[in-house]
Write a protein of this length. Structure first.
Lengths: 1130, 193
């Protein structure tokens, strides 16, 4: 829309311009910066169209130049160049100068000076535009030359050529001087050290354009580019250096192509070679010599013509040139002597006085000869351009570039080299090609010379003071002048690169960035203390928390280097350490929610807080908070912080993290306060979800704390022992395991655990469980009135764990056992097995206990002995003790049972009758022991045979038959032990006894019942019994008959051996026998019958023909009936 | 945001690298044109010493058909036909930078030689309006994969540059940042129209 207006107003209907410009320009106060920018464009267009608009619109430009938006300012600066030209054209073309023109000119001068001053603007883009603007203004305010390169489109651009000398407003001469001033300004801007790469390149191209358009500037431009090449600003990055060097190359090639530049070819080519260009490339760029010569001739002719044409007073280029060279020459001649002695060289940026002195020496040594040479040499220098100070200095240096001097220079400057190679140097360094050649020497001397000149210490003298010291009086603001004045005050050796002669008011041109020069180009010297407002304590704190939060967020970025991470970690930790708990709550939560992730950090943080507590940290002193914080960061604060850490970490722990993280933290942290241990246990116990697990995890940590953290050892041990009474078995188990570990290590910790164990054991003496057992953290919130199984067990666990390692406790145990309630007694007996079996039967304490056996503790002792002998044969010592105990004090045979296998055969047989009187189960066990069934090893003193024999031999008065029968019955049940062979042996032994034991026949019958295969043996036994006149013992006889009954029909052999009286008795007792025998006899042949006695036959009834036989038979029955009733067999 | 930055992307033949970037920048909505700076449009041919050369001004379509006739299998296999097909859907034909009178804010070049040629060309003009133009070079090898990677980098750079409110002031820093991120050396300079 607006551009349409512009098109209409400016280009189509110029008459409308007058009417509408005000409305349009009113937009300059628009809020939108784009609109304001457009307004500038409009003004530019309008002024180009009609010069009369200038006085009306220029003030607006001036106003907009002050705009707050950078882009508008840029646009204004951009517009200044064409406006400047327009004004000049307008003013020049007018015949008479109107007041409008004067007004416009004054405003323009104002704008111009403002723009020029803006070269120090803080915005890089604005500076760029200012450079370009100055470039155009210089072009306009100077004279064109024959070799000037013009813009393609306008063949004859407007320049000073067309400004009449009679111009009233300003003299063209003044304008020209102003232009030169601006060139110098650009040149020095190029040399400033803080120039950005964009501006550097812009400035380079501007200067080159100027040099090409106005060859009079060539020398200073070439020189400045040379200097630039030698002194690239240190602020550039590597790639920027590359870009700049590339750009420089391009610009130099452009210059090289310029016809007027042939005088500088050597210099330019040297720099180009330095920039890495091959000679063939350079040759391509250098214009043909012939052509140059031709052009030079042409130029000469043109110059002559110009001279002829213009009168002497004319400000023609040729004349001006001559004047310039004259002035330089003259100024060279009257150099103040003392300046010659102030010398600087290339590497003196960090010069020490000694270097300076030595340099001075070198120079002064040669100064006399130099003077003479100079007188002579000066005459030879015919070329005016070569007469510049730089060239002369170059020659001077070249002559003195002897080996000695160079060596000394290198040695002295060595001292001032930085310890490490600056990045810029390695980036910009190209190896010296063709070292030692004349060309290289020339180049070197030129470089040195440029430094000397820049430092204004050239032996050839000062650069000529500017012809007009305050030429831009209108342009320069007061501030500038003030600044110039300031620079005068500095002494001769103030700066970075060299001294500045005190009486030189303008800065030296072509100065390669001495430290003071940039001050002019910088907006202002930034003093940190001035521009930074002091933050309040509150702000500082909140900012530092902010910082911590951000650092924490990026803490786990993968692309951080290890070192970077470390630094970050330190920073976070330190900042945290200096903030109060309330402030860092948020940050703390983040960290503690994921402790494994921030483990290192948390650890470091703990250390930092601790060091702050103890005032170890230097940071505290530096930050100046120490005094305040010293009070704040008390021990308490550290404790609290650690407690917080523990409280938040514990509930989220797994076993793994517990071990890795919490243990690490607590064991490595500088101090563990008691409160932390309490908090740890409290946390572990109070968590409802997996409390037992957490306590179990914490057990090893508690152990380590008890062992390694001596300040909390007592407390930790107390907690550990209390936890040993926890209601949860799992917890107890975990804790006891650790307690055991501590006991094994020994030392004072073990002792305190022992005493705690004893204390807990003694609890059992009390009629009801003590208060100590009832606490929230032990899982027993409510008190019980009497002991129950669980409490007894909880109370006993620790003592019994200690017992195997600390056996003396067994005496306490026995005493407690006597006094305690039944519930506890049962508990003790039940739980005793593990520890006692661990103690072993050789334990002196146990033996002592067995020996003493306090009254009331017999059950306990028996139990102990039982446990001891369950798995292994009793040891000699134990048997001894028990035997003694049995013999002397307690004649309870039960004591002997466990050690039976340790007793002698005789002893056993002596107590056997007592043993079999016991409860059948016990008897069974006794027998088992004797048989060796339950034993792993060891031999029983009584073999099964002996046992059974011994049983038979027990005298009836000691033990009634029934008991013995039961005992033998047990034996017979054990068929695997009492096999046929064993029984046969038994029978054999019993037969050998002088008196047949009462139970013998019973045993025989049992044997026959169980092992029918022993029949033949039984028969022989019966036969032996007959030999022993078995019938004399009625009970045995009765058994004998029964046995024969069982053994029929084979028993006939036995029967036939019986005397007839006994045989008939037998028949009386059992008719079955008679029948058996009768059947047998009947089956016999006559011959066989003949061997049997008649009386027998008669008895059997084989002689049934004779009635006598029956009478006899009847007669024999009578005595048999007199035989007592047979034994009632079981 | 100055999304109205005028971008130019240039390689030597305006075929592969510049077109890849052109396509990508266009897709992102940038104002972009692409160019070649060489004398001729050169494409790989049947042998290393036998490239296909065309004058600037020849349309992509023509080249496409030409190559199709010459050796369909070869040029399908080396991806040229595919590339040309893409190109002809973007614009008519390759353009030579030196023949263009348009003005840009940013010219991106794909190799140092192209950068030199662009600078040389711009250097020949003495500026009138003093509008700055930034020339930035990123080295990209002339093959399909690198071109794609390069296009991504160019795109990223374009986004970075257009995110700045005051490009002339920020460009040094932005480029430095970009350089660190991409780990490529870039060249940069400013010229004026």
């Amino acid at each position: 829309m607006l551009s349409q207006v512009q098109e209409l107003v400016v280009h189509r209907q110029p008459d409308l311009l007058d009417t509408f410009y005000e409305e349009v320009v009113a937009f300059q106060s628009d809020k939108n910066s784009d609109v304001r920018k457009w307004v500038v464009g409009f003004i530019e267009e309008a002024c180009k169209k009609d010069g009369r608009m200038l006085p009306l619109l220029l003030p607006n430009v001036q106003l907009l130049l002050e705009d707050g938006t950078v882009s508008v300012v840029k646009r204004c600066v951009q517009a200044t160049a064409p406006l400047h030209k327009c004004t000049l054209v307008w003013v020049t073309s007018a015949h008479t100068i109107t007041s409008d023109m004067e007004l416009a000119w004054i405003i323009l001068t104002g704008i111009k000076s403002k723009v020029t001053a803006m070269i120090d603007h803080e915005n890089d883009g604005v500076r760029t535009q200012v450079i370009k603007c100055m470039e155009s203004m210089i072009l306009v305010q100077s004279y064109s030359e024959t070799t000037s390169v013009h813009r393609e489109r306008e063949n004859v651009p407007f320049c000073l050529d067309r400004v009449p000398l009679t111009l009233k407003l300003t003299r063209p001469r003044k304008l020209e001087d102003e232009a030169k001033q601006m060139v110098q300004k650009l040149v020095s801007f190029l040399g400033s050290i803080h120039i950005s790469s964009v501006n550097l390149m812009t400035c380079m191209s501007s200067l080159v354009i100027l040099a090409r358009a106005r060859p009079i500037f060539l020398p200073s431009v070439v020189q400045s580019l040379e200097l630039l090449h030698a002194n690239l600003p240190p602020t550039l990055s590597k790639s920027q250096v590359n870009s700049v060097r590339k750009h420089l190359k391009l610009q130099l090639i452009n210059l090289l192509k310029h016809p007027s530049a042939c005088d500088f070819h050597d210099n330019i080519i040297t720099v180009l070679t330095d920039l890495g260009m091959s000679s063939s490339e350079i040759n391509k760029a250098v214009p043909n010599r012939e052509e140059i010569r031709r052009q030079a001739k042409k130029r000469e002719r043109a110059k002559a013509a110009a001279v002829a044409k213009k009168e002497d007073g004319n400000e023609g280029s040729a004349r001006k040139r001559a004047r310039l060279s004259n002035s330089t020459l003259t100024s060279n001649k009257d150099i103040p002597e003392d300046h010659k002695n102030t010398i600087k060289s290339k590497n003196t940026s960090q010069d020490t006085p000694s270097t300076l002195a030595s340099l001075t020496k070198i120079k002064t040594e040669t100064i006399d000869s130099k003077k003479i040479e100079d007188e002579g040499g000066e005459d030879d220098e015919k070329e005016e351009t070569a007469g510049t100070l730089l060239d002369m200095t170059t020659k001077w240096v070249l002559r003195r570039l002897t080996i000695d001097n160079v060596t000394e220079l290198v040695m002295t400057s060595m001292l001032s080299l930085p310890p490490t190679m600056p990045g810029l140097f390695s980036a910009g360094y190209t190896p010296v090609s063709g070292a030692g050649t004349l060309q290289q020497k020339q180049q070197l001397s030129r470089l040195l010379a440029s430094q000397l000149v820049a430092a204004n210490v050239s032996p050839m003298g000062q650069l000529p003071p500017q012809t007009s010291v305050a030429p831009m009086a209108e342009g320069l603001t007061e501030e500038d002048i003030q600044r110039l004045g300031d620079s005068d005050d500095e002494g001769p050796f103030v700066s970075f690169l060299g001294s500045r002669p005190p009486n030189l008011s303008a800065p030296p041109p072509a100065l390669p960035a001495p430290i003071l020069a940039p001050i002019r180009h910088k907006i202002q010297a930034v003093k940190l203390s001035e521009v930074t407002p002091v933050l309040s304590e509150q702000q500082q704190r909140s900012l530092s928390i902010c910082l911590v939060r951000n650092l924490l967020r990026s803490y786990h970025f993968n692309n951080l280097s290890q070192l970077d991470k470390k630094h970050r970690m330190h920073m976070i930790a330190k900042l945290l350490a200096f903030s109060s708990a309330d402030e860092i709550r948020g940050v703390e939560d983040t960290m503690l929610q994921d402790p494994s992730k921030y483990c290192d950090l948390i650890e470091l943080w703990i250390f930092c807080v601790h060091s702050a507590t103890c005032d170890f940290s230097q940071l505290a002193r530096i930050t100046g908070r120490s005094h305040k914080k010293k009070v704040l960061t008390s021990k308490q604060e550290y404790d609290d912080m650690l407690v917080r850490v523990v409280r938040s970490i514990v509930p989220q722990c797994t076993e793994q993290t517990y071990r890795d993280l919490l243990s690490r933290l607590l064991l490595s942290c500088p101090a563990v306060p008691v409160t932390v241990v309490s908090a740890l246990v409290e946390c572990a116990v109070s968590d409802n979800n997996n409390s037992s697990a957490l306590v179990c995890y914490s057990a090893p940590l508690l152990r380590d704390l008890a062992l390694w953290r001596s300040n909390v050892a007592t407390h930790t041990l107390a907690l550990l022992c209390s936890l040993a009474m926890h209601s949860d078995d799992q917890v107890r188990k975990a804790i006891l395991q650790e307690a055991e570990a501590i006991l094994l290590i020994g030392g004072s910790q073990a002792e305190s655990i022992m005493s705690a164990g004893r204390r807990q054991l003694l609890y059992l003496e009390q009629p009801e469980p003590p208060d100590a057992m009832f606490a929230e953290f032990l899982g027993r919130p409510t008190k019980l009135e009497e002991w129950d199984e669980a409490t007894v067990k909880a109370c006993l666990d620790l003592p019994l764990t200690i017992l195997p390692l600390h056996e003396a406790l067994v005496h306490d145990l026995a005493l407690v056992y006597i006094k305690t309630v039944n519930e506890a007694k049962r508990g003790i007996l039940r739980l005793l097995e593990g520890p006692v079996s661990l103690m072993g039967m050789d334990s002196p304490q146990l033996l002592a206990l067995v020996r003493s056996t306090p009254k009331g503790s017999e059950t306990l002792i028996t139990r102990i002995i039982h446990i001891l002998t369950e798995k292994a044969p009793p040891s000699e010592a134990l048997v001894c003790q028990v035997r003694e105990l049995y013999n002397r004090r307690v004649s309870d045979v039960r004591f002997l049972i466990p050690v039976l296998t340790g007793l002698s055969k005789k002893e056993i047989i002596a107590v056997l009758h007592k043993l079999i009187k016991l409860n059948p189960h016990v008897v069974k066990e006794v027998f088992n022991r004797l048989w060796g069934v339950a034993l792993d090893s060891g031999t029983s003193p009584l073999s099964p045979v002996e046992l059974l024999v011994a049983l038979h031999l027990i005298e009836a008065d000691k033990c009634d038959v029934k008991t013995v029968i039961k005992a033998t019955g047990l034996c017979f049940q054990e068929r695997s032990i009492y096999t046929a062979e064993v029984l046969a042996e038994v029978l054999q032994q019993l037969l050998d006894e002088p008196v047949i034991p009462t139970l013998f026949m019973r045993t025989v019958i049992m044997t026959l019942t169980h092992h029918p295969q022993l029949l033949s043996l039984i028969i022989s036994v019966l036969l032996k019994l007959i030999e022993k006149k078995v019938w004399e013992q009625p009970k045995i006889w009765e058994g004998f008959v029964k046995c024969c009954e069982r053994a029929s029909p084979q028993c006939v052999a036995v029967l036939l051996q019986l005397p007839i009286q006994q045989l008939s008795d037998a028949f009386e007792a059992s008719s079955m026998l008679k029948n058996t025998l009768a059947t047998h006899i009947k089956s016999l042949t006559k011959h066989q019958k003949s061997s049997i006695g008649l009386d027998v036959l008669a008895l059997v009834g084989a002689l049934d023909e004779t009635p006598d036989d029956q009478d006899r038979a009847a007669a024999t029955t009578a005595p048999v009936r007199e035989i007592p009733a047979p034994l009632q067999l079981a | 945001m100055s999304l109205d930055l005028r971008f130019a992307v240039s390689c030597s033949s305006n075929m592969n690298r510049s077109m890849e970037a052109h396509a990508m920048l266009q897709k992102k909505g940038f104002k972009v044109r692409s160019f070649g700076t060489g004398d001729k449009v050169k494409l790989p041919g049947p042998g290393p010493d036998k490239p296909n050369c065309y004058e600037f001004g020849t349309s992509y379509d023509f080249i496409y058909k030409d190559l199709l006739n010459k050796d369909k299998a070869l040029y399908t296999q080396n991806g040229l036909l595919h590339m040309l097909d893409r190109n002809r859907r973007i614009k008519d034909g390759p353009e030579r930078f030196q023949d263009c009178t348009d003005k840009f804010d940013i010219i991106l070049t794909c190799e140092e030689k192209v950068y030199d040629q662009v600078l040389e060309f711009l250097e020949c003009h003495i500026p009138e309006e003093n509008n700055p133009v930034h020339i930035i070079n990123i080295d990209i090898q002339d093959n399909h994969e690198e071109a794609t990677i390069g296009a991504f980098m160019i795109c990223e750079l374009a986004l970075l540059l257009s995110s700045s409110d005051d490009l002339d002031n920020d460009i040094d820093e932005l480029l430095h940042e970009f350089e660190n991120k991409c780990q490529r050396n870039i060249l940069h300079c400013v010229q004026f129209y």
